[in-house]
Design a protein. Sequence first.
Length: 561
Amino acid sequence: MPYIIQNQGTPHERVCDLRHGINTIGRGLDNSIVVEDDARSLSRHHAEIQVTDKGLYVTDLNSSNGTFVNQVKIIQQKLNHGDLVQFGSVVFRLVDESQSGTNSTNQNAIPNSGLSILMRVSPEKSRVNMQDLLQQQKLETSGSVLMIQGTDEVQRTSAKLRVLLEVSQELASPEAYSALPEKILELLLKIMSVDRAVLLLVDEKTGLLEPKAYRFSNPNATADLDFYSRKITNFVLKQGDAIISDDASLDRRFDSSQSIIQQSIQAAMCAPLKPRDHAIGVLYVDNLSRGHAYHKEDLEFLSSLANQAAIAIENAHLYRNMQSEVIRRTKLERFFPAAVSKKIEEGWDLNRIIETEVTALFSDISGFTEMTAPMQPRKVLEFLNEYFKVMVEDIVFPFGGTLEKYIADALLAVWGSPYQKEDDAIMAVNAAIAMQWAMKQLNEDWTEQGRDLQIQIHIGLNTGMVAAGNIGSENLIQYTNIGDTMNVASRICTAAKAGEVFISESTKAKISSHNLPLEKLDLIKVKGKEEALQLYRVLWQNIDVKEMLSKSKTSFSAEVS
């Protein structure tokens, strides 16, 4: 069985077994591995280590001070025997005897890798400077416009391959999608002696070629995006083959092209940007001084360069889409727990309005206005962010709730929308209990830190039917729940006093089998309701929070797995 060791080899050594499945690590008492940290560098739920048949994986749970593997900050990382795993400032060493069969007598073995290394070469040290492969000007004897060193075929072939390799390296780093065409043409003009060059890409909406970058070898040339031959570029895009127009003004394929006549284009080359089975654009160069300027070697090289460029552009496009997707998912997960977000990603339609039963939870800070009146606005925001992080990320989401919105110092969360489960009501009530215990812990933490913050919250819950769906726009995720159930939950919260949790008759009926300690209250009249409400006070102080947390989170994990 794998395990992690803290303070190995000291009198304070601590061994923590890792069970199969998910092991959570943090300061919170509900973690699988509870870590006491005097420096308070650990978050309440800092990270998790997942033990699977395929290996061990550590995942940072958006902690304040990060998770590191062998001193490298990670979000998720596969672990190997002997790895040093650091949570905040607390360091553990992973021991996994199933991976530990390394040859300790081999002096060339890298610790914990299981490899015997005979030679190591850094990729950076193996690279060459492209300028060392190029000439300041092209050789007239070669006939080619390639500014490649070497006169015989073997030397030039080797140099061309090395230049293309360096081009691929230059274009491999994640570039801004919009900046990549300029970089491609910059490289092209270093390598080839051409008068003008333009890179065009197909517009996804119109299907037409649009120029994205252009370069002239003469810095005094007049900038004119109409210089290229649309006949040639459209021909290459349609046919999918690179071409040389040996004397463009005499080429019958393009004899009606006004740009060739007006611009006095003597020779042109054009290659498709074709990363897969279809072209996404073209790379065009031309010559104004003489016909028959380009040769087979030039076209082959331009075509190879275009292939590299096409792959780089497509990768940059994919990278940009991935970034957009990450942003979209991050926004999504601000309101939905990870398990619900996953369900939505699998095809749930948030724009469809549904009627469903939910348990709504309103939580509000008692006396917030008076407490924050003397505080600077920035300090108020910092305090609220700290408070909401605990209430939402550490409680609402782990208990399967969906955050609907923040309302100043209040928060509204629901259970049962968009993902409904049988135990929504009890999970919501347990979340309210956990909030009160967390508030107690927060106050103790603030006192230890010497901060003048002591607050209490009041919470109201109600169960009933709502209309749930996306409001406002199909392109803006603003998922909400509409109905009297929500309004009543807000009124119940208002009726509760500092440190209290009130639930409605309908919520009480849903959780009756759980035998929670409740106190029946006198009928309470609330705003907006003609009849008084029968409410119940949850005696949360009488509940073993550790046991409740363990049962609730286990139940939620089983529901969504």
